[in-house]
Design a protein around this ligand. Structure first.
Ligand SMILES: Cc1cc2nc3c(=O)[nH]c(=O)nc-3n(C[C@H](O)[C@H](O)[C@H](O)COP(=O)(O)OP(=O)(O)OC[C@H]3O[C@@H](n4cnc5c(N)ncnc54)[C@H](O)[C@@H]3O)c2cc1C
Length: 366
């Protein structure tokens, strides 16, 4: 079967070759398919890829002060509609709304939250019955609610789309080797495959790509525990320093995460596991069992904005990357922008376009 598939891809020509089927490559291939363009995705199915670890949370606020996330009013409704439509086409639930119950870890955090409510921030609410969760959790300083918060169900969406790609011969499951890539006058050649353009959606791997390594990537490691918690109501996400978010499997919860800028490898650490397990013991009043401990690298960037567009020196090479901690909301929005740019010459938002790095990207590549 593998032999037959590889024969099928031999000497193939496509308009777009996409590297990576994380959330970025998924949305890019989806929009190209909608436009009836020919494309092929190469993906090595890395189980530790950021998209395979993400909780999928799309939160309208960020940081200790709960400030509105970048371009929330455009990007969040876009994501909600796009995931709903995609899910409908695949026959799955691709997104749902689960608001965050935010338990205040300190009196100062409570005060800061109340201040946001008083400033009339539509995304935050203080609860009328702060005793509501006393049977399930230990908490001393009350809680607030953050809404609307969405969960993109990547654990359903990525495999469902992968299956369609496979069935339509749009997926080559193997390692992409950058040293086999050649640029041509009218596109690129990769082994026996030719394409009008190659678009890198390969997450953190792009930080070592000779065409894009000058971009200010700032890879960030994150770890997660998967815990079985029977009896915890799954219609909300719970937060108290760490986040607990319900997964599709009954009683299974995503618990995380941390943000490490300095790390030697992408392996899970005993330090995270011990600390997080202790936090859960202190917080939860009901029993739990740790089932798995995973870790991976977020493709984050120094100025916390994505990298989208075509290389200024190489018209056959492009990128959709740098999604950082917010790939679930940013990927559909910027995949659509990239496709509109490629097909209709519409501009990419200047804060996301790699045009902003035209000078450094024009230096000779090593
Ligand atoms: C612990 C954790 C929790 C997170 N939680 C959230 C969250 O709740 N909400 C949110 O919005 N974001 C979250 N994120 C961030 C989010 O995961 C990323 O922004 C997003 O997944 C990046 O997607 P991507 O497709 O650009 O890259 P990736 O997910 O890294 O995908 C890259 C793809 O390329 C493939 N690939 C790479 N190199 C090669 C190669 N050489 N050959 C072939 N294939 C290759 C990989 O297998 C993978 O499929 C979280 C990240 C982590 C680590």
């Amino acid at each position: 079967m593998i032999g037959n598939r590889n024969t099928y891809f031999c000497c193939m020509h496509v308009q777009y070759l996409i590297i990576g089927q994380g959330i970025s490559g998924t949305w890019l291939s989806y929009y190209l398919q909608k436009e009836k363009k020919s494309f092929l995705v190469i993906d090595n199915n890395n189980k530790n890829a950021s998209s395979r670890l993400a909780a999928g949370i799309i939160n309208p606020v960020t940081g200790r002060r709960h400030v509105e996330v970048w371009r929330a009013k455009e990007i969040l409704p876009f994501a909600w509609n796009a995931y709903n439509q995609f899910g409908k086409e695949l026959g799955i639930t691709a997104i749902s709304q689960k608001n965050i119950i935010d338990f205040f870890p300190t009196p100062q955090m409570r005060q800061s939250f109340i201040q946001r409510v008083e400033e009339y921030d539509a995304y935050v609410q203080i609860s009328k019955n702060e005793k509501e969760y006393t049977e399930l959790f230990n908490y001393d300083f009350g809680f607030g609610t953050i809404k609307p918060v969405y969960t993109a169900h990547l654990e359903s969406l990525l495999p469902a789309w992968r299956q369609q790609l496979k069935e339509n011969n749009h997926l080559l499951e193997e390692e992409f080797e950058i040293n086999q890539l050649q640029t041509k006058k009218d596109g690129i050649q990769y082994k026996t495959i030719t394409a009008g353009k190659i678009i890198f959606c390969d997450g953190n791997n792009s930080s070592g790509n000779p065409y894009f390594q000058q971009l200010p990537f700032a890879p960030n490691k994150g770890e997660v525990l998967l815990a079985e918690i029977p009896g915890l109501p799954n219609h909300h996400i719970y937060k108290k320093g760490i986040i607990m978010s319900p997964l599709a499997i009954p009683d299974l919860w995503w618990v995380g995460s941390n943000y490490s800028w300095e790390f030697d490898n992408e392996n899970p650490t005993a330090e995270f596991r011990n600390k997080t397990e202790q936090m859960l013991k202190d917080w939860l009043k009901i029993p739990f069992t740790i089932k798995e401990h995973l870790s991976g690298i977020r493709p984050a960037t120094l100025e916390r904005r994505p990298f989208v567009g075509i290389h200024p020196q190489h018209p056959g090479i492009g990128i959709l990357n740098g999604m950082g901690t917010k790939g679930c909301s940013l990927a559909p929005f910027f995949a659509k922008q990239l496709v509109d740019n490629l097909l209709r010459n519409k501009p990419i938002s200047p804060e996301a376009s790699i045009e902003r790095f035209a000078k450094i990207l024009s230096r000779n590549i090593s």
